[in-house]
Design a protein around this ligand. Structure first.
Ligand code: 6GU
Length: 220
């Protein structure tokens, strides 16, 4: 679940450039019995298995210290503000389980923050961890290329992106707005700002009343 995303594109290049180090640790390697048990049945009975606190503690002891984030639907919702804050930390430890639940003592004693990536349930925290890595990485200086960085800057305004077009000028009768072909850069800039605002009002009115969401987010 990690190998693909971490060995492609921008995340791959960031590691190659030495801008970031990503280590993956398998909790199962820290099981204490010969069956490599990492979960157990819940005290008090009931369905499902629970990830063991002793195994988690051993896994965490094996890696260097960092800000520990538990990926869980119970966590605080990830947003751009949180991503920006996390990107300032030198070392993040992302803890993902593929289980019904975590022993409550993991939450209480072993992690600094619980994070969710949205109000829906995934089969495990792994993909959420990949999302956090991707979102945080693009804030690390040097990770984005010149063009991507410039684009990021120009959209640090809490608005969705304005409509964009490229060649051909007409396709199947579908035309590019005349204004964009006019060469009048002042008018084009004004149109883009209006469109961004209009689009945000239509699609995501909530963003206009929230300070936290899209600053430095890039577009889309
Ligand atoms: Cl972080 N984990 C799981 N299992 N499901 C989620 C989530 C995390 N965020 C949204 N859904």
């Amino acid at each position: 679940m990690f190998e693909g995303p971490f060995s492609e594109s921008i995340i791959k290049r960031a590691q190659e450039k030495g801008l970031v180090k990503i280590n993956v640790t398998n909790i199962r390697n820290f099981a204490t019995d010969r069956h490599k048990t990492v979960d157990d049945t819940p005290y008090g009975g009931g369905a499902g298995m629970v990830l063991k606190v002793d195994v988690m503690a051993k896994a965490l002891d094996s890696i260097s210290d960092g800000y520990r984030i538990l990926l869980t639907p119970q966590g605080k919702l990830l947003n751009q503000e949180m991503v920006t804050q996390l990107s300032k930390r030198p070392h993040l430890v992302l803890i993902a389980g593929h289980y019904e639940g975590f022993d409550e003592r993991i939450r209480e004693y072993l992690v600094d923050q619980e994070v969710s990536i949205g109000d829906y349930v995934l089969t495990g925290g792994e993909l959420a961890a990949v999302v956090v890595v991707d979102a945080v990485l693009r804030h690390v200086p040097g990770v984005l290329g010149k063009e991507e960085s410039a684009k990021k800057e120009s959209f640090s305004n809490n608005l969705l992106e304005y409509p964009q077009y490229t060649r051909p000028e007409e396709f199947q009768g579908w035309k590019v707005p005349d204004l964009l072909l006019s060469g009048d850069h002042e008018k084009i800039e004004k149109w883009r700002q209006e469109q961004a605002l209009k689009r945000t009002k239509e699609k995501r009115p909530d963003l206009l009343t929230r300070k936290d969401c899209l600053s430095q987010s890039g577009s889309d």
